[in-house]
Write a protein that binds this ligand. Structure first.
Ligand code: 5GP
Length: 124
């Protein structure tokens, strides 16, 4: 399995501090920041600090420490933003685009957390 990571992608530049971002949360292995073009009142991106192109690249090759950190970070953000359904929040959508058919714009793994309005159905 070969994944080619482009060090010049925008999120790599954000991780190196070359481009500013609005950080929401930072952990040992993950960074969460606001999307520059929010689709809803809450729209943040969760990225691993490691060089992973997309979800399968990460899930199949990252260390357990990275995977636990990343997964828990997504949960922590949902809690921080008060989105947890059943815990007082109104819910959220997790989305990760991969590759050409997934219309992935930035080739560094990111999970979108989108919330704060009725998002409508995307899967029937
Ligand atoms: P994709 O289509 O790859 O899943 O989404 C990439 C996301 O990155 C888009 O929602 C876009 O608004 C966001 N984005 C692109 N460039 C920047 C940037 O420089 N800063 C931030 N914070 N978000 C960006």
């Amino acid at each position: 399995m070969t994944y080619t990571y482009d060090d010049q992608n925008i999120f790599a530049k954000i991780l190196r501090g070359e481009i500013p971002n609005e950080t929401v949360l930072e952990t040992d292995h993950s960074l969460v920041f606001k999307d520059i073009t929010p689709l809803a009142p809450h729209h943040v991106l969760v990225i691993p600090k490691g060089k992973y192109v997309c979800y399968d690249h990460f899930a199949l090759t990252a260390s357990e420490a990275e995977i636990v950190d990343y997964t828990r970070t997504i949960g922590k953000v949902c809690k921080m933003l008060n989105l947890q359904p059943g815990e007082g929040g109104n819910g959220y959508r997790l989305l990760s685009n991969a590759g050409e058919d997934g219309v992935q714009e930035v080739p560094h793994l990111h999970v979108h957390i989108i919330a704060g309005r009725d998002l409508g159905r995307i899967v029937n």
